[in-house]
Write a protein that binds this ligand. Structure first.
Ligand code: CTP
Length: 401
């Protein structure tokens, strides 16, 4: 199934580089064309000769050939590839990619690449958990690069923890899945909401919630990378996103979110409401800052429009509507009620009882409940992986799209 696919592998300086020959073999056996670009340091971990023999292509390391002065074009290689897989990515190369530093052939090729980029970090656990590394990974994801998460395991330092590059057979499967699903949402328009809403109390204060927007943004990234035209209506979050397939509309309040969603919904094949919309807003927000002159303060709250219910009423046949349910008790019962009452096709249930699930973090544990009675319990995993499975479930025949 990879016959004729052009795959560029970028190797940086990490002990995990010794596993790349196995990846090259797997790709070649499936018929892919493989080219490899390496940093000079990575050649201490795996030899260019091994890699050029397996790939049947010259391996590039330096920007130019010192013997005859000829130039190795990073632009040509970056444009040649259907997919660029950076594996392993050291902390140093990760930082350069995030900052746009182009001081070797690998990082210049990365900057010039036009194709989707996957990156598989490999480093010691403390380096991996450093806030700089976390920030760099988030930055790369916000640019549309796809993370192949490192695993927990024994590391070269002898320590045990997160930072071990994913195994070659799993990376190989990620590549195969990519080509399998590459355009399975092409021609579909998808509305996605994300983040909290802020309901003004006065010009400086608001009622909000802890939603980070990460789940909705992960779904938007996944949908766009599978060829969908995405409209992402986002409440106030600190996340950024840049993908040519995503139109980002920023809103503050539930009323603003409702207006945008109701306008775009009729054009959309699929709608996924991941936002944590406020259920109540202040009846009459103060036009000026409220002074602390009284001992107590009462705010009159009024119910906001339930956007999802409105969309459920507007839904035409052949359209697919997905809601989220954040529950603390009677989880399944409450989620099924929402699924039915809001005329949904699928609901994604988050239970706050599950550690690592819900707001804020990078992981989530959800159950998917479809209107035809199917339940899929997913394990605790990254929000990016949850996003893949939500999209897969929408497209699967089981959920009657
Ligand atoms: N939702 C919405 N508009 C609202 C409130 C919620 O569109 N005003 C959507 C959310 O985006 C989510 C789903 O409805 O997809 C369920 O949200 P949730 O907060 O779990 O449930 P509510 O319907 O608000 O009910 P409750 O708070 O009573 O559990």
């Amino acid at each position: 199934m990879l016959k004729g696919k052009k795959i560029l592998i970028g190797i940086s300086g990490s002990i995990a580089a010794y596993k790349i020959p196995m990846l090259v073999r797997l790709l070649k056996k499936e018929g892919a064309e493989v080219k490899i670009v390496m940093t000079p340091v990575s050649c201490d971990f795996v030899t260019p000769l091994t890699l050029s023999t397996l790939s049947q292509q010259p391996v590039l390391i330096e920007p130019y050939n010192k013997v005859d002065g000829s130039w190795n074009s990073h632009v040509d290689w970056g444009r040649w590839a259907d997919l660029f897989i950076m594996a392993p990515v050291s902390a140093n190369t990760l930082a350069k990619m995030a900052a746009g530093i182009a001081d070797n052939l690998l990082t210049t090729t990365y900057l010039a690449a036009k194709c989707p980029v996957f990156f598989a970090p490999a480093m010691d656990l403390d380096m991996f958990n450093h806030p700089t590394t976390k920030r760099n990974i988030d930055t790369l994801i916000s640019f549309g690069n796809r993370l192949i998460e490192p695993q927990v395991g024994e590391l070269a330092s002898g320590l045990c923890g997160e930072g071990r590059m994913e195994e070659p057979d799993v990376i190989f499967q990620v590549i195969k899945d990519f080509f399998l699903k590459i355009n399975d949402l092409s021609g579909k328009k998808i509305l996605i909401t994300a983040g909290p809403t802020y309901e003004a109390i006065d010009p400086v204060r608001y009622i909000g919630n802890h939603s980070s927007g990460k789940m909705g943004y992960a779904i938007a990234t996944e949908a766009a990378s599978r060829g969908a035209e995405v409209v992402l209506v986002s409440g106030p979050v600190s996340l950024t996103i840049s993908h040519p397939g995503i139109k980002l509309i920023r809103v503050n309040s539930a009323a603003e979110m409702a207006k945008e969603c109701i306008q775009v919904f009729p054009e959309c094949d699929i709608t996924i409401m991941a936002a944590a919309v406020a259920d109540y807003s202040v009846e009459v927000p103060s036009p000026v800052k409220i002074k602390k002159s009284e001992n107590s303060l009462t705010l009159e709250l009024t119910k906001t429009k339930d956007i999802l219910s409105e969309l459920g009423k507007m839904k035409k046949s052949g359209r697919f509507l997905v809601g989220f349910a954040l529950e603390t008790n009677n989880e399944n019962y409450n989620a099924v009620q929402k699924l039915t009452n809001k005329n949904l096709d699928l609901i994604v249930l988050n239970s706050l009882k599950d550690e690592g699930a819900g707001f804020g973090g990078d992981t989530n544990k959800v159950t998917l409940l479809s209107k035809n009675g199917k339940n899929i319990d997913l394990p605790l995993q990254s929000k990016a992986k949850v996003a893949v499975q939500i999209i897969d479930a929408i497209l699967s025949k089981d959920t009657t799209l």
